[in-house]
Design a protein around this ligand. Structure first.
Ligand code: NAP
Length: 304
C-alpha cells in the first residue's frame, strides 16, 4: 500500500522565504471566557514550546456582535509587551477588512488605517503575514493592491494573503499586486472538503500559495460528531488514529497535511495540552487507501 510522504518540519509561506511550522495556532477564541494576558501567555508558550511557531489572529477576533473589536489582537499585544523575546519566536499573522456593523471594507483609506491599528494593538512594528479576511465586492482590486503593496514597501507587512476569496478574486488581486500573494485561508477540514475538488487548492499550487485551513475540526464538531455523516468521518479518522496511537484530532490535522498543496491546519483549541498535542500530526502516516476512505466518508458516496 503506497504511503504518502510525511509533512516537512518547516514550510515556507508561498515564495516569501518566511519559514513557518507546518501547523499554525489560531486565536479566534482567545478573548473569550474572560481570559487574561497571563492566561493568554500560557497558550502562546504552549504553542511555541511545541514547535508551533505560526500564530494566526485577526482584528475582528474578540468581537461579540456589539463590542470587543480588536480584543484578541490587544491580548496578544499585552503578552508580547510583557515578554518581548516572544516576538522573535513567532511568525505573526493577522487579518483585516471586516468592519462591524458594515460587512466588509477594502477601500484604501480603511485598509491603511486598519493595518496601523493592528500593529498598535499587537504592539509590534510589523507583522509577518497580513491577510484580507473576506472579500469586499465594492473594492476595486487595483485600489486594494496599491495599499497592500505600500504597506509591504513601508515595512509594516512582510507578506500578503487572502481568506475566503473565490479563485477569480484571488487571481484579480494578484493581477494588480506588485508583490506575490503568499497564502490563502479557506475553511478546510475532513467535514469541509469543497476545496479538494472545486479548484481552490489547484489554484494555490499553481500560484504557489500556502493554504491555511481554518476550522480544521469543523469548529469542534469532529470531536463530538452528531450526524451520521460526521460520525462516519470520525470513524474513518479513528481507524488511522488508533493504529498509530494518536487522537482523532491529530489524525484530522495530519489528513489535511498529507495533501500535496502543503495545507497548514490552524489549531483552534485554547487549551494548552490540546495545542501542544497538535504537533504529533507531523508523525502520522497516511496510505492512499486510508486517505481516500476519509474523503469518501465525507462525500457520503463512493468515488466514481
Ligand atoms: P477548530 O479546531 O475546528 O475548532 C476548535 C474548537 O473545537 C475549540 O472550541 C475547541 O475547544 C474545540 N475542541 C473540542 N474538542 C477538541 C479537541 N479534542 N481538540 C481540539 N479542539 C477541540 O478550529 P476553529 O477554532 O473553528 O478555527 C481555528 C482557527 O482558524 C481560528 O482560531 C482562526 O485563526 C481561524 N479561522 C479563520 C476564519 C476565517 O474566516 N479566515 C474563520 C474561522 C477560524 P477547546 O478550546 O476547549 O479545546
Amino acid at each position: 500500500m503506497s504511503e504518502l510522504p510525511l509533512p516537512p518540519t518547516t514550510r515556507t509561506l508561498g515564495a516569501s522565504g518566511i519559514a513557518v511550522s507546518p501547523i499554525a495556532w489560531g486565536m479566534w477564541r482567545l478573548a473569550e471566557n474572560g481570559r487574561t494576558a497571563a492566561d493568554a501567555a500560557k497558550l502562546v508558550h504552549a504553542a511555541l514550546d511545541a514547535g508551533i511557531t505560526f500564530l494566526d489572529t485577526a482584528d475582528i477576533y474578540g468581537f461579540d456582535g456589539s463590542g470587543g473589536f480588536g480584543d484578541a489582537e490587544a491580548l496578544l499585544g499585552e503578552v508580547i509587551a510583557a515578554e518581548p523575546a516572544l516576538r522573535d519566536r513567532m511568525v505573526l499573522a493577522t487579518k483585516g477588512g471586516i468592519l462591524p456593523p458594515l460587512p466588509y471594507d477594502q477601500s484604501a483609506d480603511y485598509l491603511g488605517a486598519a493595518v496601523d491599528a493592528s500593529l498598535r494593538r499587537l504592539q509590534v512594528d510589523s507583522v509577518d503575514l497580513w491577510q484580507i479576511h473576506r472579500p469586499d465586492i465594492l473594492a476595486h482590486p487595483q485600489e486594494t493592491a496599491r495599499v497592500l503593496d505600500d504597506a509591504v514597501a513601508s515595512g509594516k507587512i512582510r507578506s500578503l494573503g487572502v481568506s475566503n476569496f473565490t479563485m477569480a478574486q484571488t487571481a484579480a488581486l494578484q493581477h494588480f499586486l506588485g508583490n506575490k500573494l503568499a497564502t490563502t485561508q479557506p475553511e478546510i477540514s475532513p467535514l469541509r472538503i469543497d476545496c479538494f475538488e472545486n479548484g481552490e487548492l489547484d489554484q494555490a499550487m499553481m500560484l504557489g500559495l500556502t493554504p491555511m485551513a481554518w476550522s480544521p475540526l469543523g469548529g469542534g464538531r469532529l470531536a463530538a460528531p452528531e450526524t451520521a455523516r460526521d460520525k462516519a468521518v470520525a470513524a474513518a479518522l479513528d481507524a488511522v488514529a488508533q493504529a498509530q496511537g494518536v487522537s482523532r484530532t491529530v489524525a484530522a490535522y495530519s489528513w489535511l497535511m498529507a495533501h500535496p498543496a502543503g495545507i497548514v491546519p490552524i489549531i483552534g483549541s485554547q487549551t494548552p495540552a490540546r495545542i501542544a498535542e497538535g504537533a504529533q500530526a507531523l508523525n502520522v502516516r497516511w496510505t492512499r487507501t486510508d486517505w481516500y476512505a476519509v474523503l469518501v466518508a465525507a462525500r457520503g458516496e463512493r468515488l466514481p
